[in-house]
Write a protein that binds this ligand. Structure first.
Ligand code: FAD
Length: 286
């Protein structure tokens, strides 16, 4: 089902799957999907490698999800794509049965200063996809703490509005551990008149390195409560235990704010994802 239709019906709980690199086996990712199957996620999203890498594996995982009969959102980045290449690739995705897509610019691969293709911004890609595939449900990314290149939060949210005007039907947000920042973001979203559902991306706090890298790469804040966990728990097992409790609490706080959905990055850690879902209201969202 198109993701906007899913979001129109209920608040969603969804999973983000990272396809393996071309040289690595598919099995651990397939196992993750299978081990989480009985949680009945409202949709599964499959990321698309930077610089167009892992394209093959993205396709294979998307096909697997579609064959299972789950709702699917493939991510797609404009990096390295001419207009016609992008349209061709998305045509194949639609041909496979894909009805929803997250249209992104992508991060520049190391040493690049542009997208190396026809699209400068995701906004242009969104417009092209909506124009060429009117049946496709096109979503976009958003950034509660603003995208690292944006001059201000207000300017970045204007870009969301533009995406919406071009036909973007839903947003998935960058991770944001800072709830106060999220509330400020929502104020700007409301003032700017962005009306599409926003699903909150959430990286579970499981390992120190992963959280530090992603927050620093994306200029995201580590609020005091999370910093305390970093300061207090040196031992990885203790850190993970406290991190999982923090994550569950954050899920409930986000749901308390009335968000449209929660999107969990799985990182193949299906045991931890299961625990988070089963111990929170994600288990029974209406
Ligand atoms: P854009 O929307 O183009 O924004 C990039 C910058 O340009 C922003 O500062 C924005 O304010 C500005 N901008 C956009 N349009 C305009 C305009 N018309 N005029 C002026 N300024 C403009 N990367 C991957 O490689 N693969 C993935 O699978 C992937 N999945 C992601 C999923 C989510 C939910 C998120 C939040 C990010 C994901 N990313 C992924 C990372 C993403 O590609 C990067 O954050 C990238 O730097 C920006 O992508 P975007 O689509 O937000 O770009």
């Amino acid at each position: 089902m198109r993701i906007r239709e899913v979001l129109n019906k209920k608040r969603t709980f969804s999973l983000e799957i990272f396809p393996p690199k071309l040289e690595n086996p598919l099995e651990p990712v397939i196992e993750t999907i299978n081990k989480l199957d009985d949680l009945h996620a409202d949709f599964i999203s499959v990321t698309y490698g930077a610089g167009g890498t892992n394209k093959g594996r993205n396709n294979e995982i998307c096909q697997y999800v579609l064959d299972k009969g789950d709702n699917l959102v493939s991510h797609f980045t404009s990096i390295g794509n001419t207009r016609s290449e992008a349209i061709e690739r998305v045509k194949k995705y639609v041909g496979m049965g894909g009805d929803s897509i997250l249209a992104l610019r992508g991060d520049y691969p190391e040493g690049w200063t542009g997208t190396g293709g026809d699209y400068k911004y995701a906004t242009e890609l969104i417009k092209d996809l909506v124009d060429n595939f009117p049946q496709l449900c096109v979503g976009g990314a958003c950034y509660p703490e603003k995208h690292y290149e944006a001059p201000s939060l207000e300017e970045d949210v204007k870009v969301m509005k533009l995406k919406e005007e071009f036909g973007c039907e839903f947003f998935i947000s960058q991770l944001c551990y800072d709830l106060e920042a999220y509330k400020r973001f929502m104020d700007v979203v409301d003032k700017t008149g962005v009306a599409s559902p926003i699903v909150v991306g959430l990286l579970p706090v499981i390992g120190r390195k992963g959280v530090l890298k992603i927050t620093s790469d994306n200029a995201c804040n580590i609020p005091k409560e999370l910093q305390t966990i970093f300061d207090k728990y040196e031992d990885p097992a203790d850190f993970k235990k406290a991190g999982l409790e923090y994550t569950k609490d954050l899920v409930e706080k986000y749901l308390g704010l009335g968000v449209s959905g929660i999107h969990l990055y799985t990182m193949n850690k299906w045991q931890d994802i299961r625990e988070i879902v089963l111990d929170t209201s994600l288990n029974n969202l209406k």
